[in-house]
Write a protein that binds this ligand. Structure first.
Ligand code: C2O
Length: 643
């Protein structure tokens, strides 16, 4: 009844409430200088004629920028350094917000020299500064036409609302996609039909929803007050941003279908029990349905098992049994042994920081693998799912991310130090979305940390236990394969941390080096109240360079110099993977390559291999995908540090 009413009505999203003074004045609660909470931008109007830019500049001297005091070359791998001197100030942030409020866009977008950060949470961009996301083929890669996408957010017609969660949220019970019945599927289908039928002028329409993802991944916006792009991937923003994205997407679908409890499904790709979780869910593969997308890899339709390890090898080279074992260990290494928030959620990314480059293990491995596995290998940039600009044009995206979101919640339950970041720059990071009424809302990361407050629950599945309790065995003791014939370490070069003038080392098919382990636990960690046994030993690959526009995958092993692209990932020597998928880049960014730090917790591996007493270990980096003349991958340094 309600649904049919909706069908005959034109979209009603003109009823955005007015900003509540009370909620805006509440400030950000971290002493970050937001006492003037009420000066938050209430509209995004341009500067009026009465405000002359020059004069204002002269009247309002800017506080000096605080530099991170890190050599520019070394910045990416040092992302996340605390910046104490600015911790309690936030003066610049206030100024920018004030400037933005009165429309002084000249000030709001003034660059921060050398990309230095000023130690404050990331805030929404100036919506007037949106540019196109563009892409060209990187050097050495078979040429493809340059393309450019405009995915700017529709400008809000009403003031932006500081979103307040309902005190009694409607419960959305998200269930596994492979377990829902026909009624559920037809309802789901209907909801997406309605969303796809909305006019493109409606921010709730399917393409506008997809554009939100494109805009905040592909460099459409600068960070407020900076020339650096705003990016919601590759850092600690990844998990809370996507949780909010799903939340509003689900609310919109629920409203369209007239069922306030409507809930997304999750694609249970981590579930290796023989029940159908780890294939592309069939509810999304029926041609003609609103859930169908033709731009998917046609070799990966059911009943092909999804793999969390992309490889150059023909897909039939691995037996299902091996795919399952590999998937289990990828899950185990990405979630269970990622024992700290920096490892699992990704590192710090604050206002004004350059493009973040230290994503968490869930993001870097299984999450990205599913994107690349699903996208069409026939499309230039692996559209739709295999490229961030187009990923959310496939309805399966939201089922994929529901599972990512669910796995975050599972990680929280494992215990130890697996708790969310508590840094105020994380908690108070702010994002913009459109709500179910088409109103633009502003939310904070901290309000997304408890799913129950959002009304979201995940129906439990037993598949989690398989990887939670996975026991990877050392390859050296479980096989007589020639791969593990002991070999002298003498001819293996040693590689240390990258310094300013280190030149990149090419990985090609594989790269082996010896790496020293730290000799002592840093006092600063003990001073933070951490016990020695709580510390994680973290293997860091510094400045891994991968092309932006091709999918690549490196897998990392310790104590197995013989490892190559055929080595199973199910062994205790495997510490994890870093996977990159193409993403368009914003104007003015380096188009060719992306430099990242890949971090892996290895304490559990060292234990299982019985090599906790070694002072030097071998590290083997294997290109499972890429790593050739045409698709170059390189790195600058390797180190092991305590966290
Ligand atoms: Cu925003 Cu799965 O990526």
């Amino acid at each position: 009844m309600a649904a049919s009413l909706l069908l005959t009505r034109s979209p009603n999203y003109s009823s955005c409430p007015v900003i509540s003074k009370k909620s805006r004045a509440s400030g950000n609660g971290n002493g970050n200088g937001n006492g003037k909470g009420s000066i938050r931008p209430s509209s995004w109007s341009r500067a009026g004629p009465c405000l002359s830019g020059k004069r204002q500049m002269a009247l309002t001297p800017r506080p000096p920028l605080v530099s991170c005091n890190i050599d520019a070359n070394n910045k990416p791998c040092e992302q996340g350094k605390e910046n104490e001197s600015e911790k309690n100030g936030g003066g610049r942030r206030d100024l920018i917000q004030a400037a933005s409020m009165v429309g002084l866009s000249f000030l709001a977008v003034s660059p921060s020299p050398n990309g230095s950060a000023w130690g404050a949470p990331v805030v929404p961009p100036d919506l007037n500064t949106c540019g196109p996301a563009t892409v060209t083929t990187p050097p050495g890669v078979p040429s493809a036409p340059a393309t450019s996408v405009s995915c700017c957010l529709l400008p809000p017609t009403k003031p932006i609302i500081d979103y307040e969660l309902p005190s009694k949220p409607k419960i959305h019970r998200r269930r596994p996609a492979h377990k829902v019945d026909d009624d559920y599927i037809s309802k789901y289908n209907k909801a997406y039909e309605l969303m796809k039928a909305l006019p493109s002028s409606d921010p709730r329409s399917f393409m506008r929803q997809a554009d939100i993802h494109c805009a905040f991944c592909n460099g459409a916006y600068n960070q407020l007050g900076s020339t650096n792009k705003l990016q919601v991937h590759f850092s600690w923003l990844f998990l809370p941003w996507h949780r909010w994205y799903l939340y509003f997407h689900e609310q919109i679908l629920a409203k369209l279908i007239g069922d306030p409890k409507f809930s997304l499904v999750y694609w249970n790709w981590d579930n290796q029990a023989n029940v159908g979780g780890n294939i592309m869910p069939t509810m999304f593969t029926q041609e003609g349905s609103a859930l169908y997308d033709a731009k998917r890899n046609q070799n990966h339709l059911p009943p092909i098992l999804n793999t969390l390890a992309l490889t150059d090898l023909a897909s039939n080279a691995l037996t299902n049994k091996q795919i399952i074992q590999d998937n289990l260990n990828i899950m185990y290494q990405s979630i269970v042994t990622a024992s700290t928030p920096d490892l699992f959620m990704g590192k710090k990314y604050s206002a004004g920081d350059p493009e973040p480059n230290i994503g968490g293990t869930l993001e870097n491995a299984p999450h990205t693998a599913i994107h690349a596995w699903t996208g069409s290998d026939k499309e230039t940039y692996l559209e739709d799912m295999g490229n961030f600009y187009s990923a959310a044009r496939d309805p399966i995206f939201f089922a994929h991310h529901s599972n990512v979101d669910r796995l975050w919640a599972v990680w929280n339950t494992i215990g130890g130090r697996r708790r969310d970041h508590t840094d105020p720059d994380f908690l108070n990071a702010e994002f913009l979305f459109y709500d179910e009424n088409g109103c633009m809302v502003r939310v904070k990361a901290k309000d997304a940390l408890d799913n129950s407050k959002l009304g979201v629950t995940y129906i439990k599945v037993n598949g989690d236990q398989l990887w939670l309790n996975y026991e990877p065995q050392p390859l050296s003791t479980t096989t007589t394969s020639k791969q593990v014939v002991p070999r002298s370490m003498d001819d293996i070069p040693e590689l240390g941390p990258a310094s300013q003038d280190t030149s990149p080392t090419k990985i090609d098919k594989k790269f082996v080096s010896l790496v020293k382990r730290p000799t002592a636990v840093p006092q600063e960690l003990l001073d933070k109240g951490l016990e020695e046994e709580d510390l994680e030993e973290v293997l860091v690959l510094e400045y891994v360079e991968v092309p932006r526009n091709v999918a690549t995958h490196i897998a990392v092993f310790i104590n197995l110099p013989q490892a190559d692209a055929t080595t199973p990932l199910s062994c205790a020597e495997y510490v994890g993977s870093f996977i990159n998928i193409p993403h368009l880049v914003g104007e003015g960014m380096d188009m060719s390559s992306r430099s990242v730090c890949a971090r892996f917790g290895i304490s559990d591996n060292l234990q299982r291999l019985g090599i906790t007493d070694l002072s030097t270990i071998s590290v083997t980096v294997v290109a499972k995908l890429g790593g050739s003349e045409e698709i170059p991958i390189s790195l600058k340094g390797i180190k092991i540090e305590y966290e």
